[in-house]
Design a protein around this ligand. Structure first.
Ligand code: NI
Length: 256
């Protein structure tokens, strides 16, 4: 069964002890594609370097809203230069995060989100959008810029999911869909059109049940796909195939 992880962070320190060994073993055991999502200009360079070590690993380059406070103007040129690399398939992850009170000020987050939406448009690349407790502002800016791309680790309502789908964008669903208290997300996972679904881990975070709280890796997508399959009355293999096909289509990657 083809496992395509459309969003992971293997540069996280959680993988410092076994990064190369783990990735090698994942690709030998059914994982056919991984998108490494950068969070800053510096991590974007590292993501591109990592992508060059594994044929089926690709990079998204961008400045995460939590890092927007540290970003400097010239980072935009760095991203632009990196985006020309053949292993870069998207601008991301970018977006808005209103969860923490002491986070980067919202106007700075919005400024960097807009600048990177414009960059993606100029480079004709899709975007990987992070939206945490910022649904209204995120949707408003997506409706303004109308990018191609995905709202990753989707946490909005079914109404918002419908708006995202109407924009032609994808909905990224990860391990949270297997959690007991994930009623809103299970509703979304049950009704979105199959051709708009992306599977993801956000590894090392958000491992699905029965691994909740443990370090996550791309192989765990199986449990996420199984949960979505149960909600929709289809086989796990079918859901994995949707995830793989949609990711290859969005990111313009040859099928596994
Ligand atoms: Ni992420």
């Amino acid at each position: 069964m083809p496992i395509f992880d459309s969003h992971a962070h293997y540069l996280d320190t959680a993988f410092d002890s076994d990064r190369e060994v783990l990735l090698t073993s994942l690709f030998e055991n059914g994982v056919c594609g991984i998108i490494e999502a950068a969070t800053s200009a510096n991590s974007a360079s590292l993501a591109v370097a990592l992508a060059h070590r594994f044929p089926h690993l690709f990079a998204a380059v961008g400045i995460h809203p939590e890092d927007a406070g540290n970003a400097i103007d010239s980072d935009l040129q760095v991203l632009s230069r990196l985006a020309a690399d053949e292993k870069v398939v998207a601008i991301g992850e970018i977006g808005l995060d209103y969860h923490y009170d002491d986070a980067c000020p919202r106007d700075i987050q919005q400024q960097w989100f807009c600048r990177q939406l414009e960059l993606a448009h100029a480079l004709d690349l899709p975007v990987v959008v992070h939206d945490r407790e910022a649904h209204e502002d995120t949707l408003c800016l997506l409706q303004k810029y109308r990018p191609r791309g995905v709202v990753h680790c989707f946490s909005g309502s079914t109404e918002m999911a419908r708006e995202i789908v109407n924009l032609g964008m994808y909905i990224g669903i990860g391990g949270v869909v297997t959690f007991k208290n994930a009623r809103k997300l299970t509703e979304v996972a049950a009704v979105i059109p199959p051709e708009r679904l992306l599977l993801e881990t956000d590894a090392p975070y958000l491992a699905p049940e029965p691994y909740r709280g443990k370090r996550c890796d791309s192989s765990k997508i199986f449990y996420t796909a199984a949960a979505i399959a149960a909600l929709r009355g289809v086989s796990t293999e079918t859901v994995l195939q949707w995830g793989e096909q949609n990711a290859c289509e969005l990111y313009n990657i040859p099928r596994c």
